[in-house]
Design a protein around this ligand. Sequence first.
Ligand code: SF4
Length: 1019
Amino acid sequence: MKLGRRQFLRGAGTCVAGASALALGFTPPFARAQETREYKLLQAKQTRNNCCYCSVGCGLLVYGIGDGAINSQESIFHIEGDPDHPVSRGSLCPKGAGLIDFIHSETRLQYPSYRAPGSKEWKRISWDEATSRIARLLKDDRDKHFITHNEKGELVNRWLSTGMLASSAASNETGTLDWKFARAMGMLCFDNQARTCHGPTVAALGSTYGRGAMTNNWVDIRNANTVLVFGGNAAEAHPVGFKWAVQAKINNGAKLIVVDPRFNRTAAVADHYVPIRAGSDAAFLLGIINYLLTHDRIQHEYVRAYTTASLLVRPDYSFEDGLFSGYRPGEIGPRTYDKTSWNYELDEHGFAKSDPTLQNPRCVINLLREHAARFTPEVVSEICGTPVEGFKLVCEALAETSVPELTTTWLYALGFTHHTNGSQVIRGAAIIQLLLGNVGMPGGGVNALRGHSNIQGYTDLGLLSLRMPGYMNLPMDSQQDMNVYLKEQTVEPELPDQVDLWRNFPEYFVSLMKALWGDKATKANNWGYDWLPKWDQSYDLLHVLERMRHGKMTGYLAQGFNPLGSAPDKNYTTQALSQLKFLVTMDPLDTETSNFWQHTGEYNDVPTEEIQTEVFRLPTTCFVEEYGSIVNSARWLQWHWKGANAPGESWSDAKILSAILMKMRELYRKEGGACPEPILNISWNYQNPLEPQPEEVAKENNGYALADLYDEHGKLIARRGELLSDPLHFRADGTTASFNWVFAGSWTEAGNQMARRDNTDTGWGCTPGWAWSWPANRRILYNRACLDPMGRPWDPKRRYLYWDGQKWTGADNPDYPLHSPPGSGVGPFITLAEGRGRLFSCTSLVDGPFPEHYEPMETPLSHLPYPTKSLHDPAVRMYADARARLGNVEHFPYVATTYSITELFRTWTKHARINAILQPEQFIEISEELADKLGIGIGDMVKVSSYRGYIKAVAVVTKRLTRLDVMGKSLYQIGVPSNWGFKGATKPGFLSNTLTPAVGDANTQTPEFKAFLVNVEKA
Ligand code: SF4
């Protein structure tokens, strides 16, 4: 039978559900498609968009009816993959294929509603009532609790009793407004979803390579010779991006290797699968480092030229029995160590000393060798439960790519980040890739696969407690003088002749201040420096929830974020939210968070009437009902267009924030109050201040010249009012304004670069004409490292860049000074003071300059096979109440790990009917052997408990998990998908974070969701 295009579409529309129905034994539904009405694509309005779920950022063609005329009802009726998109090329995974059901979900909110203290129900209210009441509550609390000076009398201008959680799927332009809104208020209790997922990525990759982001890009994965998926499950969590790993197999005969606690869907198509105990990743990685150094399987010339291998470390640095030098017993978190000794020996010019022969025992490479020597294959096997042969297979596969002409690409996600030593785990992978000479190479790199569709953008915009846009830090209490702050933030080169982009910190900072305060920022008032809140400690999500539980918080705004399902220890979070006076949720959907007070049987067993929190539930637009840019995992800023109006009375986030801000301004003007200046002065001079338009904000993100700008030769660079194209044009004298220096170049005088759609492949799958990538439209970071110092390609077949006699050029934009010739000695890691990749991270991290293995806070082990004075990461910050909620192996004998499944995206996609049909009911996975032992059969209902609570779910008894031998004992692992809850279109279920402990990565406080102890029994 020959299918026409429309018939084919009808079939395609049913195929997602069909696959599932077949699996359940139903008749294929294809025949019924004959009865469906034909799509009227020709009469439809077509708009381009990107999937709002994961950060592959697949392209969409969105079809809607209604032409925008008065009385015409706009509605989206069909979505399909965009065949022109260079990454997705028309594909969508089951989540993307079900987007239409998210847009039209029955749980889409239509109008603002209010839950009074102690009430059991929602009441409809008007937008005016909602925004007026919220503005009143915010102002009253701010006036009452605003802190102008700390105990030392230092000016701090901060507000700690109300906080905000920002989205991670809204556009960058919304993110900019979020940041301005929160900081103008003086909020420090401010975070976004990145806190609960890829926080450690920024800490680890930033401190190793200079930028905390995916090094390469989705399509580039196809250039690899070995694809190692360790710390993630790309086939399941990033299905369309993963097709490039399959392409690597097809194109290059690449080996695909998976290391994971579970034989997952990526493992199902891999050449090799190697099991590991959840929570033991760092030991495995240190074992690989030991293997590569012991067997001399590193890329010597690369390591010598492009890493810090030869630099000499201070003589007082040491490591003994699990602790680094400078340990301060009794102190936790950032104070655990005095980090003075974690530094290089300096010469008389203040540069790091080095020994290019690598003979000096204080050379970084020799200290690394000594550090990793404990991790022999046998020790790794004991700790990780991985058979020695499996471990060696991984080592050998990686070692094969230590030659210049072969590369490994590394794919990881939350499997690495969700640990108390998550940052150190990622550091381990980053070091291995440096030793192999794989960074900056097409087909190489460490590819941090981000989660939410714009979590990268929200990280770039600095929507985190202590951050500012472009990875700058907010000033702290001790930095009272702006010049002290600028001096401390400006990084001086550690080696001669290095680029060191952080040298220009004052230019980025003053430009931001001009964007924030406009004409109110003057040289005389230090560009409004005093209006920025100063910090004394981190007010990350875990800390904020702790403050709530202790009654130190009055209000909270959760925007596109479902913390009841995202923060660890759900029951603990319920206690925290119950202490608030008011909670505001802004979301297109009816989330668990907005209903945290609602008794929903076992799933949410709460005393509704006792909960005195008043809750505002504000309906917002979703991705097809607004426009702007989002950043995919590969740092591409992709512009999307609006397809239809939102249902009911929904408002955009921008409109909601603006309404509240304008009402607060009015109140401050009328009544006065605590520190009104930042609220009154924050630049909100949009054409319509009640509804800023994305174009206006996108240009503000990019940056303007505020005066005619000339270069050092007197040549005009930009006229006053023109958009800038390069952060190197920024000035520290107030003549430039830019909200985010890393986005400079995204919207220039040549137009909106993010909206470009030229998918020409310039080589190695590089498409620099599609969208715009930060920094400076570079598609592979550190790409100068694909050539040797003299500019010769390490691999003659991969001439990704070359020197044309005048400048660097090639398939990509060089991540390097264009005119620094071969042999100049300028290192390729241009944001690091050394210009080289760091094997030793000096003082960047709180828990050590080298990675170290520490056990999860709940571990089945009481000791390790070598002497250690600290079983757990000593720099972990854990509050006493949370520590008291840790279980032990006697009562909770199994190791559990959480994960996502292909059909559902966190606790979001369960609201979409088709996805709910695909995965209707909560399940957990246990091994056949354990099921046998516990008398559990396939499909039985089981109860999984930790010290903190329990969930009940259907048992999937599987071969995907097996018993491991760990430190001489048998160990069983349980798989807990984290996709259900008590709201949405699936059968009601439990939030899986009920089980997990409230503790985070020592550096970033990203929760330890991947390894904890549970018990399992038949329900
Ligand atoms: S969830 Fe990710 S892989 Fe799936 S369609 Fe959306 S962007 Fe693509």
